[in-house]
Structures are given as C-alpha cells and as structure tokens.
Design a protein around this ligand. Sequence first.
Ligand code: GLN
Length: 302
Amino acid sequence: MTLAVLTQADFDAWVIQARRFTLQGRLPDYIPQLAQVDSRLLAAQVLAETQTLAAGDVAQPFVLMSVIKPFLLLYLLEQVGAERVFQQVGMQPSDLPFHSIVQLKADHSRPRNPMINSGAIALTGLMPKASGSDRCAAFCKWLNDLAHTQIELDQNALNSVRSLPNETNRAIADLLVQSDLLDRSDLALDTYNQLCCLSGTIADLAQLGLLLAKPHPEISHLHQQTVSALMLTCGLYEVSGIFAVKVGLPMKSGVSGALLAIVPKQGVIACYSPAIDRIGNSVAGLFLVEKLAQELKLSVFC
Ligand code: GLN
C-alpha cells in the first residue's frame, strides 16, 4: 500500500485519536518558551503524490529544534561533501540521550552521529560564513529556496534559549574544541542555537521533508540516502532501533514536539504536538506516525 491511498476522513479520525496522547507527554521545562505552549496542540500533514492532507492546529508556527539536524547534514553534504562531513561526525547510533557528553569524552574524538547535539554542534564548524547569524541566514535561505518554504528565525525563542546557562551544550562545544573539531565554542553554540530556533508551520515542515523523500533536481540522491539512513538509525535517539522495527521509516524529532517521517519515494508525514516523552519525542506524533505506517504498510522493510 502507499501513502497516496490515505483519505482525509481516515486521516482526520487518526489525528483525533492521536490528540488523546497529548495528555501522556510533558512540555520540556528547560526552555522557558517551550514550557509555555499549549500542550494539547496537534497538527499533522501528509504530502504524497499530488495529494496534501492536513488536520489539527495547522496555523500554529513552532520552532524546529532538532528536526533541523537532518537538513543541516544535507546542507553540508551538498556544500562541502561527504568526506569532509564524516571527518567531523560518525555514522553510529547512540544509546544515550541527545545531549549526552559521555560518549564524546569516552571516544576522544568525533561525535557518534549528526542527529545528536554533539554531532550537530560539530557540524556547525563546517558552515560557510563568519557569524552565527550569517551562517543561519544563508542556511535558511538555501532551504527556503529549494523547498519553497518560509521558515524563519524565531527571535523570542532564541532569546529564551540564550537566557539559559546551557551548560551541557557548552561543555559539548568545549570538548569539540579540545578535540580540534571546532575552532571556537561560542560561535558553534550560537550557530547551533539559531538553527534550533528556525520556525515554520506544519506545511513548511512537510515541504522540507520532500527534500529527502523525492528526487530533487538540485540535491544528490546519494546525499538524500545518507541523511535518510541516519534518520532511521539515529533520528529518535536511544529509541531509534525500536521505531525502526515498529514504524520502519526515517524519522527525526525535536524537543518542541516536531516530528518528521520520510516515506522514501512517496512523500512525508509531518507532525507537531509539543507534549514529549522522557526521550524528547512527541508522544502524539509517534502514535500518529506508527498508526499510519501500520495501517498503510509504509515500512521501508515491507
Ligand atoms: N536546542 C535543543 C537542545 O539543544 C534541541 C534538542 C532537541 O530538540 N532534542 O537541547
């Protein structure tokens, strides 16, 4: 079966079922702006073939947080090539939380993969341009031009993130400087924070996903494959393996409650629901993607 057979009526019904799961999650309390949103929000969009299905709170903008990580990887694969990128980060899954520094210390070298904080922070060192703002603006323009989206920096969210001590990410950046993977930890952290605060609607997230799901005249197919494989193995942090079995699709989550699932060669499922589980994945979003994948037999392994 394919994503294209999904009807608006079934989609609406499953989104209503998913909304119950918002009660099972919690808002991340470590970023003040994210702690203040309505935890019952839920928006979802499916893009497949010529079909667009949308349901829920579709007008609600949200910050992408870690859902930006696969796109940072794609950008750098395109800008500087795979050889340079994978000198900076590995391709191995991690069974530790997204902000862990334990493996970084133990491995004395590259972060395990680009889907965790250490990997993305390390990758900022490869971005063209000298300041965090210029780097973020160039990256944002690249994405908007290619995906026909309108994502932009949410300055309030950035102020909120900047108000935090941010000790863990700072420690990660410092360790990366010690390993000669970064020149300046403050620049890396500022760039990373700005990237995480890029914001859009569910339609923007779905459009971004198409950059990975379908052939694109300006993006290498090999780079799409590389990013998708790393999403499947690492995109949901320490539960990536479990969801590779249960869902079988490349996915990426962010602590804002954004969740993107790629259905290779077919389309995308984008969700936003800010109540997250203890790993940092949207509870209602995961329910919805799992439901769609099982009902429509979307696993890449079927
Ligand atoms: N900015 C967030 C952080 O570094 C992103 C993490 C996430 O979305 N999982 O903590």
